[in-house]
Each structure stands twice: as C-alpha cells, then as structure tokens.
Design a binder for this molecule. Structure first.
Ligand code: ADP
Ligand code: ADP
Length: 225
C-alpha cells in the first residue's frame, strides 16, 4: 500500500502554463476527488500521475518512489476511463484477463484474480458475454474489474461515470466508493460533477485554472464555501 505525494507539480504546453504548482499529500487508502470546471487541468493532472503526460517541473511520489521518469506500466497504477475501453470482440473474462496476460502472468494466477474480481463486482454470470450483451452499469463494472485484477497500489478514475444515465450514475458512485473502501486502494477521482465530488471524496481538491483553490474534507469545504 502507498500514499501519493505531489510536490509543486507544474505543467506547461509551450509557453502556456496549465498547472501552476500543485501540492498534495494523499494518505495510504485515501480517496481524493479533483473537481473543477472543464479545462481547469484535472485530466492533465491525472495523466501525469499515470505517466501518460510528462511533468514539466515538480515531483510525483507513489509510496517512497519518485515516479516522474517511470513508464506507466512501472507505476503500479490502474486507470478507469469514461469510455470503458473494453475490447468488443473479447468476452468479459478475456477483457479482464488481457492486461495480466500481456504482462506474462501465469494462467492459474490470472484465472484466480479474474474470479476474485468477478465475485467482488458480481460479474460471475456474465463472464462469457461480450460487452455489447451487457448493460451500461455492467460494462462499467467490467472496466473496474480490469483495474482490480492488477492489484494496483493506486486507482485513477477519469470521469468514469459520465456516460451513464443519472440513476445509474448514483448507483455506480456508491458501488465505487464501497469498493474503494473495501480494497483500501489509494485513489484519485476526477470529475466536473460537484455532487459526485462531495459524495465520493475523503477530501476534495478544488481546481480552477490550474490552481488549487481549496483542499479539504467535504464538511470543511461546506462550512467554509
Ligand atoms: P480538464 O480535464 O479539467 O477539462 P484538461 O486537463 O483536459 O482539463 O486541460 C487543461 C488545459 O490544458 C485546457 O486548456 C486544454 O486546452 C489544455 N491542453 C490539454 N492538453 C493539451 C495539449 N496536448 N496541448 C496543449 N494544450 C493542452
Ligand atoms: P493495459 O492497459 O492492458 O494494462 P498497457 O501496458 O498497454 O496494458 O497499459 C499501458 C498503460 O495504460 C498502463 O500501464 C496504465 O498506466 C495505463 N492504463 C490505463 N488503464 C488502464 C487500465 N484499466 N488498466 C490498466 N492500465 C491502464
């Protein structure tokens, strides 16, 4: 298990500075939600932690390790996106197994992890179906399953529920929170939805134009708007 530290994290594209020195100390097992209007830099921040975007200046630590120069696959993270990124021609089982298979994990261990994730997510009955034979909520669960089987130190969520209808969004939000608590995986969750942020986060990072405006628990922020 590992916390995450962001130290004076800066991102520029050419002369344009997108993130102006972000600091955060995220505890082991904590879930923080980064919330703010479109274009404020949420995705960029998350992609830097994932290693999908280079850091201009500052440091990112996962546990004791500075990960700035590590490839995504070496960072011990799993990311969940809004578009699920499921492979349409593969079954649910194959979708969950794929990331482990390409990493050379044994068949027995893969089967064990997929079954474990399927139990946690109540996907057992659907393991042999293709994504198109699933509902939106079930697809989102498979996307979660692909992250869980990796047994990562960190989950990164990039607006994972924004393609779902309102009712399902509320249900999946609760499921994600329950799951995150149960697994105790340190998490960063990005959303532009304030209600989602208030419900999900141990703490909220309110980002505006690349600057942290507020960082605290929902209650702290509510009492000091
Ligand atoms: P958010 O996720 O909060 O909507 P983003 O992190 O996607 O915001 O984008 C933050 C800002 O960075 C936006 O103004 C966007 O236009 C800009 N940006 C994102 N990616 C690039 C890029 N590859 N080159 C130049 N500017 C970019
Ligand atoms: P996979 O995406 O199947 O794990 P890759 O090694 O090609 O296989 O992934 C490249 C990187 O993409 C990962 O190391 C990780 O940083 C990021 N990634 C994104 N999403 C996921 C996800 N659901 N599971 C895994 N990795 C993801």
């Amino acid at each position: 298990m590992a916390g995450i530290k962001l130290e004076n994290l800066i991102k520029s594209y050419g002369d344009t500075r997108i993130l102006h020195g972000i600091d955060a100390d995220i505890a082991d097992g904590e879930m923080i939600v980064v919330v703010g209007p479109s274009g404020c830099g949420k995705s960029t921040l998350l992609r830097m932690v994932a290693g999908l975007e280079a850091v201009t200046a500052g440091r990112i630590l996962i546990g004791e390790r500075v990960v700035n120069d590590l490839e995504p696959s070496q960072r011990d993270i799993a990311m969940v996106f809004q578009n699920y990124a499921l492979y349409p021609h593969m079954t649910v089982r194959q979708n969950m197994a794929y990331g482990l298979k390409i990493r050379g994990m044994s068949r027995a261990e893969i089967a064990r992890r997929v079954d474990e994730a399927a139990d946690i997510l109540e996907l057992r009955p659907y393991l042999d179906r293709k994504p198109r034979q699933l509902s939106g909520g079930q697809r989102q669960r498979v996307a979660m399953g692909r992250a869980i089987v990796r047994h990562p130190q960190v989950f990164l969520f990039d607006e994972p529920l924004s393609n779902l209808d309102a009712k399902l969004r509320v249900q999946m939000r609760l499921e994600i929170r329950k799951l995150q608590r149960r697994l105790g995986v340190t998490s960063i969750y990005v959303t532009h939805d304030q209600v989602e942020a208030m419900t999900l986060g141990d703490r909220l990072m309110v980002l505006n134009k690349g600057v942290v405006e507020q960082f605290g628990s929902p209650i702290e922020l509510y009492e000091r708007p």
